[in-house]
Each structure stands twice: as structure tokens, then as C-alpha cells.
Design a binder for this molecule. Structure first.
Ligand SMILES: [Zn+2]
Length: 129
């Protein structure tokens, strides 16, 4: 497994300065092919998360996904490990090739005394704090 403290690799288009996730495709805004890579902390904030109870064959149910915003307002779709995060929750991001995995940020980064309870089943919807 990738160390959650790892950095996340992004690209900045030389022509229009758009920041985006690395791929073999040209800049998604202007089509420019010249980009500079740079690294940001592999942490983000959940924009929205969802839980699939009947995922595609080969995936375990429930299969959780989250749309996560990282540095420079770059957003990515990540497979969630552990409980379903709520909007605004901090997560750490691990990269495996083109796959991103999100996990609740450790308590120390969240500023809370709660520790992540991986492996335990928690309800999808929790009452507000
Ligand atoms: Zn561009």
C-alpha cells in the first residue's frame, strides 16, 4: 500500500496554466501538449461521496467512491477505503497507477481525538455532530 504521506503528482499546462491530473491526453482545457509536473500533499477534502450496494462484477459491496478536491482546486474520483466520508471531510490520497484511493485523514490531521475505525461497519448516514 502507498504511504498516505506521499505526494500527489499534478500537471500544469504551459499554455493556459490549468492544473490537472496526469494522463497521456493533452490539456483538457486548451489541448496544449506541453505541461510541467509538480507535487502537492496527498490530502484533500471530500466534495461528495457515494456508496454502491450493487457494484460492477468483481467489486466488493458496498463500493464507496468520493469526489475529492486536492491542492489547486484539482478534483479526482477516488475509491474509498473504510467508512463513507461526508462532504468536507479531510482524506489522504494514495495513488496506484491511475487509481486513487481515499482514506479518512488520521485524527492528528483532523484535529480530533477520534481514531479511524477501519474494518468496522458504520451506517451510511450519521446524525450531524
Ligand atoms: Zn491548457
Amino acid at each position: 500500500m502507498t504511504d498516505p504521506a506521499n505526494s500527489l503528482r499534478l500537471l500544469r499546462c504551459e499554455a493556459c496554466q490549468l492544473r490537472y491530473l496526469p494522463s497521456d491526453s493533452p490539456c483538457p482545457r486548451c489541448g496544449g501538449r506541453s505541461a510541467t509536473e509538480y507535487f502537492v500533499p496527498a490530502v484533500g477534502s471530500v466534495v461528495v461521496g457515494t456508496e454502491l450496494h450493487y457494484p460492477a462484477e468483481g467489486w466488493c459491496a458496498p463500493h464507496r467512491l468520493a469526489f475529492v478536491e486536492v491542492a489547486d482546486k484539482v478534483r479526482l474520483l477516488a475509491i474509498v477505503e473504510g467508512h463513507l466520508p461526508r462532504t468536507g471531510d479531510p482524506v489522504s490520497i494514495a495513488t496506484e497507477g491511475l487509481v486513487y484511493r481515499a482514506r479518512a485523514a488520521p485524527a492528528a490531521e483532523r484535529g480530533e481525538g477520534e481514531s479511524p475505525r477501519s474494518g468496522s461497519r458504520r451506517p451510511s448516514f450519521e446524525p450531524p455532530r
